[in-house]
Design a binder for this molecule. Structure first.
Ligand SMILES: [Zn+2]
Length: 208
């Protein structure tokens, strides 16, 4: 278990909404009958709603961690994400109803990282990132003890963590890439991710 189970809230429910499960264990926030997780559709909806800052803000940090953990667990159970090591992740795909050039930085990061990894990327402290070189054609950085080299001219990203190695063939990203991209000037990060998505077959994700 992660975080702390949310306490009963003023905005909480006293019983399940009509037509929803009567089993409290099927809710990410059980005591308030919020965020039902009994189907793949509901788990995905829970993730979407709980990613809204205004919804998150109703809970303490500890309670947010609990709800995130419960939702991610449900998504994993329904095969919607593969947060655990070794599981197959599908290759990045833009959402069906949006053009690549319309995607925001957050949406792009979700495409390449998925919700769980994006969250972990956001939790990496700034002091663990150092950018040693940043030119229009190249970005060299270190996140924790891992190196990241982004070569825009040769359309290559090289990085060396275990998660990256396991997912680079499918061209998914890890939390370290997420941290670096979150730290770039937003327009630059958006441009880079859109470029990769447009030319996904040309980009090479490698490890040293
Ligand atoms: Zn990594």
């Amino acid at each position: 278990m992660r975080g702390k189970k949310p306490e009963k809230k003023p905005f909480g429910r006293d019983s399940p909404p009509k037509g929803y499960p009567r089993d409290q264990s099927l809710y990410a926030d059980p005591d308030n009958w919020r965020y039902p997780l009994h189907s793949s559709w509901n788990a995905k909806a829970a993730r979407r709603y709980f990613d809204e800052p205004s919804n998150r803000a109703k809970y303490t940090k500890e309670e947010q961690a609990y709800i995130d953990w419960r939702i991610d667990e449900a998504l994993q159970r329904f095969g919607q994400i593969s947060g655990s090591e070794g599981a197959e992740r599908p290759s990045p795909k833009p959402p069906a109803r949006k053009k690549i050039d319309e995607l925001t930085l957050r949406e792009l990061l979700r495409v390449f990282l998925g919700a769980a990894r994006l969250k972990r990327a956001e939790e990496i402290e700034d002091s663990l990132l150092s950018i040693s070189n940043m030119t229009p054609e190249r970005i060299d950085a270190k996140v924790k003890d891992y190196v990241v080299h982004i070569d825009l001219k040769n359309q290559t990203i090289s990085h060396d963590c275990q998660d990256w190695r396991q997912n680079m063939e499918a061209k998914n990203m890890c939390k370290h890439l997420g941290k670096l991209l979150l730290s770039l000037e937003p327009n630059r990060a958006v441009g880079l991710l859109q470029n990769i998505l447009h030319h996904i077959d040309e980009w090479k994700f490698t490890a040293p």
